[in-house]
Design a protein around this ligand. Structure first.
Ligand SMILES: C[S@@+](CC[C@H](N)C(=O)[O-])C[C@H]1O[C@@H](n2cnc3c(N)ncnc32)[C@H](O)[C@@H]1O
Length: 264
């Protein structure tokens, strides 16, 4: 698909910078997953995890350091090269990485996992949420669970420049089915770069209905007014856990959601 190839090229422009950014953090020794995610996934030691859209592997490595055996998947060849390098440099070997469009993964990868995990900046890159849900179900053991922590689509309707200044301007359609064509990528782990990108809006019902349609039962969906810094541009007030929010919208607008689903 032309749009996925375009996104692959765009993400590839960031691979080296992301590797450098995450290497510095990982080797500093005080690197942890987002505290919301940590609390929600609980004890994962001894579990097998499929990590979808793993970028250059930092979160995969943190999951592996928590005692899980992790398989990370990402679209971009250089992300996989750097993820393997970073894992080696962090001394983590209970981990492997696969280069693939996740929407093609079940064509050739048939291993079953205790947990399918994906987080922070993932759904917007996927044109087909039905295929996404089928991929998750295909990879899950019957007693496994799926976990996602990602941007809340309600937040996406607002003008991203005005939002951090405390102004709510509804700029983007919540129900859009056509991809949004952007002209830059990144900015959360290094400088952003000019690149054409295709992003697909999703709704809360798209997520729930696509997972439900493949036989997954939604155990919970949580909504939060704060997120990892970097997920929302210029959102720089931080709480005691280091999570970022915009003061004017504290307790008012959801920025991220988490969802856990199990096999019915
Ligand atoms: C914002 S990053 C996700 C970072 C994530 N928080 C992590 O675990 O490091 C989005 C990632 O999705 C990947 N991606 C985009 N479309 C994809 C697709 N169709 N299949 C697999 N990976 C994809 C990109 O290459 C990029 O690494």
């Amino acid at each position: 698909m032309k749009e996925i190839e375009t996104n692959k090229n765009a993400w590839g422009k960031l691979s080296r910078d992301h590797y450098g950014h995450f290497k510095k953090i990982m080797l500093s020794g005080n690197c942890q997953l987002n505290p919301t995610i940590l609390k929600e996934i609980g004890d994962i030691s001894g579990k097998t995890i499929l990590h979808l859209q793993c970028n250059t592997g930092a979160d995969s490595i943190m999951l592996a350091k928590m005692g899980a055996t992790v398989t990370g998947v990402d679209l971009v060849p250089d992300n996989i090269v750097y993820a393997r390098k970073l894992a080696q440099e962090c001394g983590v070997d209970n981990i492997q990485f696969i280069e693939s469009d996740i929407l093609k993964l079940m064509d050739f990868h048939h291993e079953k996992y205790d947990i399918v995990f994906t987080s922070e900046g993932v759904l917007i890159w996927l044109p087909d949420k039905k295929r996404w849900a089928e991929t998750i179900r295909h990879a899950l053991k019957d007693d496994g669970f799926f976990y996602i922590h990602d941007s809340h689509p309600f937040y996406f309707i607002f003008d991203e420049i005005e939002y951090p200044k405390g102004h709510l301007i509804a700029k983007y359609p919540y129900f859009s089915k056509e991809p949004y064509v952007g002209d830059s990528i990144g900015g959360y782990a290094g400088e952003s770069k000019s690149a054409q990108v295709y992003e697909w809006m999703y709704t809360i019902s798209d997520i729930i209905n696509s997972l439900s349609a493949v036989g997954l039962f939604i155990e919970y969906i949580h909504e939060y007014d704060r997120c990892s810094s970097g997920m929302v541009a210029s959102c720089d007030t931080k709480d005691e856990n280091g999570l970022a929010f915009v003061k004017e919208f504290e307790n008012k607008i959801p920025l991220v959601f988490s969802l856990k689903a199990v096999v019915r």
